[in-house]
Every structure is written in structure tokens, then in C-alpha cells.
Design a protein around this ligand. Sequence first.
Ligand SMILES: NC(=O)c1ccc[n+]([C@@H]2O[C@H](COP(=O)([O-])OP(=O)(O)OC[C@H]3O[C@@H](n4cnc5c(N)ncnc54)[C@H](O)[C@@H]3O)[C@@H](O)[C@H]2O)c1
Length: 256
Amino acid sequence: MSNVLEGKVVVVTGAASGIGRAVAISAAQHGAKAVIVSDIGDAPREGGTKATTEIESLGVPVRFVRADVSRRQDNDALIEAAAEFGGVDVMVCNAGITAKADGFDVTEEDFHRLMSVNLDGTLFGAQAAARQMKANGKAGSIVLMASMGGIVGAGMTVAYSTSKGGVVLMAKAMADALGPDGIRVNAVCPGTIDTHLLRTNPGIAAATEGFRQRTPLRRLGKPSEIGDAVAWLGSDMSSYVTGISLLVDGGLLSVI
Ligand SMILES: NC(=O)c1ccc[n+]([C@@H]2O[C@H](COP(=O)([O-])OP(=O)(O)OC[C@H]3O[C@@H](n4cnc5c(N)ncnc54)[C@H](O)[C@@H]3O)[C@@H](O)[C@H]2O)c1
């Protein structure tokens, strides 16, 4: 497709399924030197071919590393796997979950589980990647997967929106912390993207048709469209872009 990621080692969490899978495959299509696919299991939740098989078929070196992002040591081991290829250049902290019964009455257990994946997991992944980038003297790019739900709230996603709003501000704060080392940190805020997460969360699934009708482009997004946005943020084409939250939502949040 392009060579914008030529020479770059790309690590993606939550990359067995949905958006993460598309981000990993897009990275290979955009010329990455190697891709590390990470997840708690390697089978796509939506079915179909494994990300590693797709990437292999493109002739790009690929590794699968099993990691639960909510565990700091898993993130450290994941980043170690990039050393084989010279270290991580682009870290995509994508893994994220919703709570089945989110909303004002979300339980303590669900709230904490969601935060441990969506916030702890994002923090630990970015920390592990930045440490290796600094040790290797690399001006890397870290991309955090937020959401349109991190820009605007909804009563049915009290915990999810809280976590994604945190990711949006984490990108800004980390951009300031890591900028002097030449490391950029940005967030991507997908709108309604057609994945297993969208279809299986009861509240979100019920709201999807309404979102589609209000979206200026009148359709759901494809995971590959997030993959392309992440490729741009990971590439040197965005070399003066840091701390932003890039909405990729078909225009949904631009209209009333
Ligand atoms: N689909 C959408 O419309 C949408 C919109 C906005 C933001 N997002 C965000 O995009 C990201 C990906 O969502 P998706 O729609 O592809 O979801 P998905 O459920 O299809 O895929 C998520 C992947 O993350 C993995 N995962 C879950 N918990 C994990 C953990 N503890 N450690 C490592 N991996 C874990 C799952 O195994 C799965 O493969 C999430 O952060 C989500 O919040 C999605």
C-alpha cells in the first residue's frame, strides 16, 4: 500500500481481533520491518484468519506474544520481544474492553476490571515501550487507542468513557513527558467501528444504528481505516504531531 513505516518495528496490543488486528496488518502493508502481535489469545474473536498468518503472507517478519496488558510484567516481556528486531519504533496500546453492564450503577468489580485493562494496560505498555526507545536512542511513536467515548460522555458508558477520557489526557501528559527525548505520543479516537466489541456489547449494539444514521458518512468505520490512521501517526509523516486525539469517526462528533 505504502512504505511510510519502512524500517519500523511495530508492536500492537489486543491485536488478535478487530481494530488491533487491522492495525497490525496495516503496519505490514505500510512497509513495517517487523510486527509483534500481542493479545491474551491468538484467535480473532470475530473468526477468520489469524493476524500472524495474514502478516506472514505479506512477507513481513511477525511474532505473537501472549500478554495480558493489565499485568506490568507482561508488557515488559512483550517489549523485550522487539529487541530481536532492534527494538520497538511504534508502540500501539490498543487493547481495551467494555463492561457488559456499564452505566451509572456499574459494579465496583466491573469498574476496576475495565480500568485495569483500559488505563493500567495503556500506561504499562507505553512505559515499557518508552524505556526501550530511550535506551536505544530512538525517536519513537506511541499511539494510544482512546475512543469518541473519551471526548463525549454517555449514560450507558460511565466506566468506559471515564477510562477513555483518561487515555486522551494520558496522551497529552506523556507527550510532554517524552517530547524532550523525541518520542511522540498521540491518541486515536475511533467512532463506531464494525468489530466484535461493537456487536457484542448489548448497550452499544443497540445504539449503533442511531450512530450510523447521525454519522455524516452514513456508515460504520472499517477496522482498516483505524489501521491507516495509526500508520500515519506511527510514521515520520506526522513528525511534528504529538499530544493530539485524532478522531476517526466519519464526522459523527462534528454534528449535533
Ligand atoms: N469498535 C469500536 O467501535 C471502538 C470504538 C472506539 C474505541 N475502540 C477501542 O479500540 C480498541 C479495540 O477495540 P475492538 O473494537 O477491536 O475490540 P475487540 O473486542 O474486537 O478486540 C479487542 C482485543 O483486545 C484483547 N484484549 C482484551 N483484554 C485484554 C488484555 N487484558 N490484554 C491484552 N489484550 C486484551 C481481546 O482479546 C481482543 O482481541 C479498544 O481499546 C476499544 O476500546 C473501539
